[in-house]
Design a protein around this ligand. Structure first.
Ligand SMILES: NC(=O)C1=CN([C@@H]2O[C@H](COP(=O)(O)OP(=O)(O)OC[C@H]3O[C@@H](n4cnc5c(N)ncnc54)[C@H](O)[C@@H]3O)[C@@H](O)[C@H]2O)C=CC1
Ligand SMILES: C[N+](C)(C)CCCC(=O)O
Length: 504
């Protein structure tokens, strides 16, 4: 890579320009074939153009998939132990380059450096975790009558496609590629067109660690490139992270050639806070559930149901803490909230706040554009984190995914009532409950219709535990042991030891 991209120690917000090619296949960065249809990529904290994103066309997609396929033929025949060793080396390199990758992630995504460092740590942990699993893949031996037997083999799928969202660009690439590679697959990854910069670093790191050329490729582009990938006959599986409408399209396109599909889609997750909770932890949990990555997190607990008796104390504390969240230059260590991904996203979120007001919600704090005092940040996409009170279940802000720093607070009276209301949503990604009553905690966890339930915490996602949705939040899982099943297929081998007993 050119030194300009990696030479980051002195880099401050508002100075970086990325000119290196952002595609990667055949073991190297590949220049875009056509300069047409270029889209500017912005630095969210300043509104400045960071680079151009050149979408890949069908020839480029084809080349990347061919490159991945030839790598897959080698990689899938290697011993699991050998794949593990290379993946561990990749994890080590990420650890070594963590601060640089995190910085670039911040410049492209707008989240605070404190969060980005955690994201990169989770990325190498994920690769380390699946490296540990690569050598454990095994089938089963089944005894049959007459000395016959069968055994199963866990085999790779082939070339898998990963399509990522803008909110966790590097981490999503790791969450998808780690289990894919552990199982012997290759991956072609398409980042969000708004965050094209860091996935290619992962490609370079895998290469440096020793994967066969082409094993992890990056193609840049938006919907058109994504659809070329979903239609390509050389692709065995598509793992998608993004919105529900796009997820449906991905499933539909993949259905044409019966590709495997994993969908990690949006949510409107409920967080239930009972009066017997430890209030300070519940308040901290509500902040964690709403304000990470400027609220642009699919599993955020944006419907905060608070038992009526403790509502005044809860609101007082949550508002007090929300008001002092340091919003500003995301590269500074003290900042806890950076900029939203784009101007349209900021406008959309502010419009949701306005709509909420119109429908009768009360803004207790925030919900306005925020202009930091630093002149270089004047064009950034900042807003003050917002708490909405007086919300009702039928309001738009309670029903729709806002994908911004907006918490809607609703009162409830009984456990039975709140579970019913919490489940009355087409989404089912995550949920949370704060209570000191252990029976209640597990009963609530059992009855909430969501892929994850956090008890007395929120938004922690260790790579050892499965993550994924119920209902319209998607299907399939990422992380945890089970994800091996989503990136492999089972072959049954039946062995006859006697003579064929023919019916004919
Ligand atoms: N469940 C999860 O793990 C996550 C879900 N999300 C959801 O994603 C949304 C925000 O992210 P965005 O990046 O704006 O979502 P999006 O759905 O617009 O885009 C996601 C990805 O799909 C690609 N894409 C768009 N149209 C396509 C098509 N026709 N065929 C193939 N690929 C296509 C985009 O280029 C991008 O890479 C939110 O609604 C959020 O809830 C975001 C992050 C994580
Ligand atoms: C890391 N975590 C749990 C906060 C969010 C991960 C899911 C996503 O991609 O939005």
């Amino acid at each position: 890579m050119e030194p300009s991209t990696l030479d980051l120690p002195g880099t401050v917000t508002g100075t970086m320009v990325v000119t290196e090619p952002l595609n990667f296949w055949g073991g190297q960065r590949v220049k875009p074939r056509q300069q047409a249809n270029a889209e500017p990529v912005f630095e969210p904290a300043t509104g400045r153009v960071l680079c151009q994103m050149f979408p890949c066309g069908s020839e480029e997609v084809d080349e990347a998939i061919k490159s991945a396929h030839s790598a897959y033929l080698k990689w899938s025949k290697m011993a699991g132990m050998e794949r593990a060793r290379i993946m561990l080396e990749a994890a080590r390199i990420i650890r070594e380059k963590r601060d640089t990758i995190a910085k670039l992630e911040v410049i492209n995504n707008g989240k605070s450096i404190t969060e980005a460092v955690v994201d990169i740590d989770v990325a190498w942990q994920c690769i380390e975790y699946y490296a540990g699993m690569a050598a454990t893949l095994a089938g089963q031996h089944v005894q049959l009558p007459g000395g016959a037997f069968a055994y199963t083999r866990r085999e790779a799928l082939g070339v898998c496609v990963g399509i990522g969202a803008f909110n966790y660009p590097f981490q999503i690439a790791a969450w998808k590629s780690a289990p894919a590679l552990a199982c012997g697959n290759a991956m072609v990854f398409k980042p969000s067109p708004m965050t094209p910069v860091t996935a290619v670093l992962l490609a370079e790191i895998y290469k440096e660690a020793g994967v066969p050329e082409g094993l992890f490729c990056v193609v840049q582009g938006g919907a058109d490139t994504g659809s070329l990938l979903c239609h390509h006959p050389g692709v065995a599986k598509v793992s998608f992270t993004g919105s529900v409408p796009t997820g449906k399209k991905v499933m539909e396109m993949s259905a044409k050639s019966v590709k495997h599909v994993t969908l990690e889609l949006g949510g409107k997750s409920p967080l239930l806070i009972f009066k017997d909770c430890e209030l300070e932890n519940a308040v901290k949990g509500a902040l964690m559930a709403n304000f990470l990555t400027q609220g642009q997190v699919c599993c955020n607990g944006t419907r905060v149901y608070v038992q009526r008796e403790i509502m005044p104390q809860f609101l007082e504390e949550v508002v007090k803490r929300t008001k002092v969240i340091p919003v500003g230059d995301p590269l500074l260590d003290d900042t806890r909230m950076g900029a939203l991904i784009s101007k349209p996203q900021l406008d959309k979120v502010l419009a949701y706040v306005n709509q909420a007001k119109k429908e009768g919600a009360r803004v207790l704090c925030g919900g306005d554009p925020f202009v930091p005092s630093d002149p270089k940040l004047k064009g950034g996409y900042f807003m003050s984190p917002c708490v909405l009170d007086n919300c009702r279940d039928e309001m738009t802000c309670v029903k729709e995914e806002i994908f911004g720093p907006v918490m809607s607070v609703l009162p409830f009276d009984t456990e039975e009532e709140v579970i019913k209301r919490a489940n009355n949503s087409p989404f089912g990604l995550a949920s949370g409950v704060f209570t000191r009553d252990i029976s209640r905690a597990h009963r609530v966890a059992e009855n909430l219709q969501a892929g994850t339930c956090f008890i007395n915490n929120y938004n922690i996602s260790p790579v050892e535990v499965p993550f994924g949705g119920y209902k319209m939040s998607g299907f399939g899982r990422e992380n945890g042991q089970v994800t091996i099943e989503y990136y492999s297929q089972l072959k049954t081998v039946v062995v006859e030891m006697g003579d064929v007993d023919s019916l004919f």
